[in-house]
Design a protein around this ligand. Structure first.
Ligand code: ME8
Length: 515
């Protein structure tokens, strides 16, 4: 049976427009999804929008339209971002869809049947903006008398209301056992330690319903309450699999292989979510992995600073694959990073234009002009050829290892190591000189370069599907572009189309003048 691979992004709140941060998670998840498809796995890749809650209700009111109309609009904008970023999601879940509401209601009933829900009263510091409660010591009083959450800066208010509670406290030991038995459950390692000590410090029951607003999924049997937005939201990962009926075509994907999230929501995914699943007797995801946050030109993205970056504008200016490459190459996955135009242009010019683009262009246009526009005959290989081909044959395994650890930057590093090796090889072997002295040797060198570019191209597809797709076209690679084609030697004599440049150099003076 084909191995299944289920990967998710967070479902994004519709109270704001999509930006660079959302695109980052989606691109990372997309690379994983595409990689597993290359491996021949049966992939289900889910993204979507989180559409309930007080914040959304308030944003719709501000926009002067009904909440459903408002969420339809913003959700479409997130779909558009996914389209522009060439995200290959298999489904897009919205929490306002009937399939999701039915799943959330069913989970509620399961938790209730199993004795993990009770009615109480909630009192506490609540931040509407974060949809979260804070302990007193997680808040601070400002000079003007208002209180804010220290971590996010959002205003909190004291809330007292009847509320249903989930017995999260009952899961402390089980969660610690889970982390202990599955060291890979939370990544990266630093987050695992952080979450473990958080759970060790004691878990309190979680308020999971609200009566103070109505834009949410009604609590089954007590419709004055709507479900707490995080309980509602987390269930999306199951809804898309057809839950409560997991015997349908999508049921085979549960449990998820990876939930990819930003660092600020790892607690919800690594503590609350597995506890809910345990309470409902459902299998747990294999892994929850959190990445860091991007600042822009050194500053936190915020509406008031006016630096919220719409990634679609960057794509229009610099090219899609260029932006995708930058996001995954610039920062070790899991760390925070800074986005700047200078860094982006630097990467494009050094790694893409001078690196991969130049290697491809040097090889392919030379073949087009001087070697009959076909994959040249291999001839008798020499030591230098075998060394490079050996590096090619090791590449998929190295990239597989790095991607398995979600170390995208390391995967790219490995690929660029080979690009540099091929650059050194072409300079030393100098096919342009061999043209006059030894065409058989020239052909061998060009053959080895084509084989190298094919290896690089195949493993790079998940990162830069468009330009690398063109590279594989120029190399005459057919429809099957999966990893298995690298198990056979490149065939000689394949006709090669005339190549064009893949990654134009960005001239900074020009760019500055255009601004
Ligand atoms: O939290 N840098 O939705 P959200 C990197 N609806 N990533 C960033 C980022 C930044 N500056 N800003 C946002 C929610 N992100 C909930 C999730 S899941 C059941 C419910 C990314 O719209 C990052 O992935 O606030 C983060 O986790 C996500 O956007 C938060 O999106």
């Amino acid at each position: 049976m084909t191995k299944t691979f289920y990967i998710t992004t967070p479902i994004y709140y519709v109270n704001g427009a999509p930006h660079l941060g959302h695109a980052y998670t989606s691109v990372a998840a997309d690379v994983l999804a595409r990689w597993h498809r290359l491996e021949g796995h049966d992939v289900f890749f889910l993204t979507g929008t989180d559409e309930h809650g007080q914040k959304v209700e308030a944003a719709a009111k501000l926009a002067g339209i009904p909440p459903q109309e408002f969420t339809d609009r913003v959700s479409d904008d997130f779909k558009d971002m996914a389209r522009v970023m060439n995200i290959s999601n298999d489904d897009f879940i919205r929490t306002t869809e009937p399939r999701h509401k039915a799943a959330a209601a069913d989970i509620w009933l399961k938790l209730q049947e199993n004795g993990f829900i009770y009615l109480g009263a909630y009192e506490g510091w609540y931040a509407v903006r974060d949809e979260a409660f804070y302990d007193e010591d997680e808040t601070e009083k400002k000079p003007d008398g208002t209180r804010i959450a220290t971590s996010s800066g959002a205003t909190v208010e004291w809330v007292v209301e009847p509320s249903y509670f989930f017995k999260l406290s009952a899961f402390q030991d089980k969660l610690l056992e889970l982390y202990e038995a599955n060291p890979g459950f939370i990544g990266p390692q630093a987050k695992r330690n952080e979450i473990t000590s958080f759970v060790k410090s004691g878990l309190r029951d979680l308020s999971i319903s609200r009566t103070s607003f109505s834009w949410g999924i009604p609590v089954p049997g007590d419709e004055k309450h709507v479900m707490y937005v995080w309980l509602d939201a987390l269930v999306n990962y199951l809804s898309a699999c057809g839950y409560p009926d997991l015997s349908g075509p999508r049921g085979k994907y549960w449990p998820a292989n990876v939930h990819l999230v930003g660092k600020e929501i790892i607690r919800f995914h690594a503590v609350i979510w597995p506890a809910i699943l345990m309470a409902a007797n459902l299998p747990l995801p294999a892994r929850v992995f959190s990445h860091g946050w991007w600042t822009v030109e050194g500053e936190k993205m915020s509406k008031s600073v006016g630096n919220v970056t719409d990634v679609r504008e960057l794509v229009a200016e610099f090219g899609l694959d260029q932006v995708r490459y930058f996001l995954l190459r610039e920062v070790p996955f899991g760390n925070d990073g800074d986005f700047s135009r200078r860094a982006l242009i630097g990467r494009i010019n050094s790694d893409l234009a001078n690196g991969l683009g130049n290697l491809a262009q040097r090889t392919l246009s030379f073949i087009n002009k001087n070697a009959g526009a076909v994959v040249p005959p291999k001839g008798r290989l020499q030591e230098a050829d075998l060394v490079l081909l050996e590096q090619c044959s090791q590449l998929p395994e190295k990239v597989r290892g790095a991607i398995g650890r979600l170390a995208f930057h390391e995967a790219l590093d490995e690929i660029w190591r080979l690009i540099r090796a091929a650059d050194g090889y072409i300079d030393r072997e100098a096919p342009w000189s061999l043209r006059k002295t030894d065409t058989a040797r020239m052909n061998s060198v060009l053959y080895v370069l084509c084989a190298t570019l094919r290896s690089i191209g195949v493993v790079l597809q998940p990162f830069m599907p468009e330009q690398v797709g063109r590279l594989l076209d120029y190399l005459g690679v057919g429809d099957d572009r999966s990893l298995t084609i690298l198990d056979s030697a490149l065939a000689e004599g394949i006709l090669l189309p005339a190549p064009a440049g893949l990654f134009p150099r960005i001239v900074e003076e020009q760019k500055n003048a255009d601004r």
